[in-house]
Design a protein around this ligand. Structure first.
Ligand SMILES: Nc1ncnc2c1ncn2[C@@H]1O[C@H](COP(=O)(O)OP(=O)(O)OP(=O)(O)O)[C@@H](O)[C@H]1O
Ligand SMILES: [Mg+2]
Length: 370
């Protein structure tokens, strides 16, 4: 007769019982298999190239604005918060009252990302309190760490419970403390660590909601903490959307089969692909910007300035006020500049409510396809 275990590591784990036995990091298993090491080398190489290219961008805010917004859009889409690129980019340039709920949520994601970035810069570490602040900004409430039972992950189709995270605020805090220690201790390659910390964070599932999005923001911040990037410009969420079933399945297999290798390979492959995608995007934007500079110098030499070109590349939608704010021109002249840029085919004016927005069409096309 076989023994009955309620749940315990390596034994049968009941998905409907809170997994308070979630093991602490680092796990016993050796994570550095040959396949993992090879994938880690490829991912590190792509990331190093991305870091280098990003450093050559003259005005950092130009790309980072749009890139972080795109990451926000995709990460929110995993949660089924869908916005069209157009709606989102307009939202960035219009007032609050005119935004859709989805657009607001996406912008909250982006605020949370930037908040995390500055908290990391100021404190130098990724603590539980940084995580809590990110989640609070994201959800716009102060519910904080779960203290009530009842949170469970369900299969989206059947509604069946597939995993129940640990319960008890103290238990959750202990596991987060352990995760924090793991993050700040050198052990394996940082990218392998990233895979493990993401799994662990999602398994602890410390909040009532927003765990996926907070975890994905932490991933980006962790790369910065490790010095692998200077700015939050890696788009893992686009890759995750494209391979969403795998994302859920592989997380689940870590818990129920202690099968970590496929999960780590999934994340490493994601980092490599996303880094390459971002590199090619940055290069296309640079070309697009050079083309616009050449065109304006040729057709509109009187209005050409470096600042003017930069402001129309900061985000796809520009408006008169952006030029005024940067001291490029007063209202009337600023308006003339933007309409002249429309005449030579760089911008396209669009009425949105009472605002007139000017779309940088080529830049928009580049980001739409991403
Ligand atoms: N089997 C699993 N074990 C642990 N974590 C999981 C598992 N399946 C999914 N997750 C994580 O839980 C997240 C969903 O949790 P939650 O709804 O709190 O986050 P969210 O940010 O609101 O949602 P989403 O991640 O869908 O945007 C998923 O994104 C994923 O990161
Ligand atoms: Mg949710």
């Amino acid at each position: 007769m076989s023994m009955q275990y309620p749940y315990s590591v390596g034994m049968h784990i009941n998905p409907e019982i809170p997994y308070n036995d979630l093991p602490l990091l680092p796990f016993q298993e050796s994570l550095e298999t040959i396949l993992v090491m090879q994938a880690a080398i490829r991912a590190n190489k792509a990331l190093a190239e991305l870091k280098g290219i990003a450093q050559t961008i003259p005005n950092q805010s130009i790309f980072i604005n749009t890139i972080s917004l795109k990451e926000a859009q995709y990460s929110s889409e995993i949660e089924n918060i869908i916005t069209t690129t157009d709606e989102l980019y307009q939202a960035f340039s219009i007032s609050d009252g005119m935004m859709t709920q989805s657009a607001k949520e996406v912008l909250s994601y982006r605020s949370a990302l930037w908040q995390g970035f500055s908290l990391l810069k100021n404190r130098g570490v990724l603590t539980t309190s940084v995580m809590n602040e990110i989640q609070a900004t994201l959800l716009g409430n102060n519910a904080g760490i779960r203290s009530l039972p009842g949170t469970a992950l369900k299969n989206a189709v059947s509604g069946k419970i597939i995993y129940t995270p640990p319960v008890g605020k103290e238990v959750i805090l202990d596991k987060l403390k352990n995760l924090e220690a793991y993050i700040h201790t050198d052990s394996v390659d940082p990218l392998i660590k990233l895979a493990m910390m993401h799994y662990q964070f999602e398994s602890i599932h410390p909040y009532y909601d927003g765990n996926g999005r907070t975890g994905r923001i932490l991933n980006i911040l962790y790369l910065i903490y490790e010095g692998l990037l200077d700015q939050p410009i890696l788009y893992l969420s686009h890759y995750i959307i494209q391979h969403k079933e795998d994302y859920y399945r592989l997380l689940q297999n870590c818990t129920f089969k202690q099968d970590y290798e496929p999960w780590i390979l999934y994340i490493l492959e994601g980092i490599e692909q996303s880094a390459k995608e971002t590199i090619s995007k940055i290069k296309s934007i640079q070309v697009c910007m050079q083309d616009s500079i050449a065109l304006v110098k040729e057709k509109l030499p009187k209005i050409y300035s470096k600042e003017l070109i930069e402001v129309i590349f900061e985000q796809p939608y520009c408006k008169i006020k952006f030029l005024e704010d940067r001291g490029i021109a007063k209202r009337k002249t600023a308006s003339e500049y933007l309409y002249q840029l429309e005449e030579v085919g760089i911008l396209e004016s669009k009425k949105v409510g009472r605002e007139t927005l000017f779309l940088n069409t080529k830049l928009f096309e580049l980001f739409k396809g991403l």
